[in-house]
Design a protein around this ligand. Structure first.
Ligand code: CO
Length: 138
């Protein structure tokens, strides 16, 4: 059975990344590792390593995205928690068998990782992202 390795990151939705860096970078002293466009999620993300994990600042890149809707309805704040697994396909198959509702039944392939979201309805109201890291730094 697939195994959870660690919390890969906690994602915070922000109206724009540069403005959020005043707190996360300037005040807390974290450093941006890289900023990335994620077209499939219509979002732009900044990764700030924090020890073994990261803070991910995520902002909508299009006003018609589900992320833009989330930000509009709930305001800035915690968006999702990302758990890193050793085998994503195996984990998804296992969760499906257990009746857990998945947003992505098939992993999306992104630079350095494969990812899928679990539906908050099956996770106590929390959006849970699953990662299988395929290259260092993700
Ligand atoms: Co994420």
């Amino acid at each position: 059975m697939a195994r959870i390795k660690k919390i890969n990151h906690v994602a915070i939705v922000v109206p724009e990344i540069e403005g959020a860096l005043g707190f996360w970078e300037q005040a807390l002293g974290l450093e941006v590792h890289h900023i990335e466009e994620v077209p499939s999620q219509k979002s732009r993300v900044a990764f700030l390593p924090a020890g073994e994990s990261k803070v991910e600042l995520v902002t909508p890149s299009s006003s018609d995205s589900t992320l833009a809707k989330f930000l509009q309805e709930r305001g800035p704040g915690i968006h999702h928690v990302c758990l890193e697994v050793d085998n994503l396909e195996e984990m998804l198959a296992d969760l499906k068998e257990k009746g857990v509702r998945l947003i992505n039944e098939i992993p999306q392939v992104l630079p350095g990782r494969k990812m899928a979201f679990i539906h908050p309805k099956s996770a106590g109201g929390v959006l849970v992202e699953l990662y299988e890291v395929t290259a260092e730094g993700h």
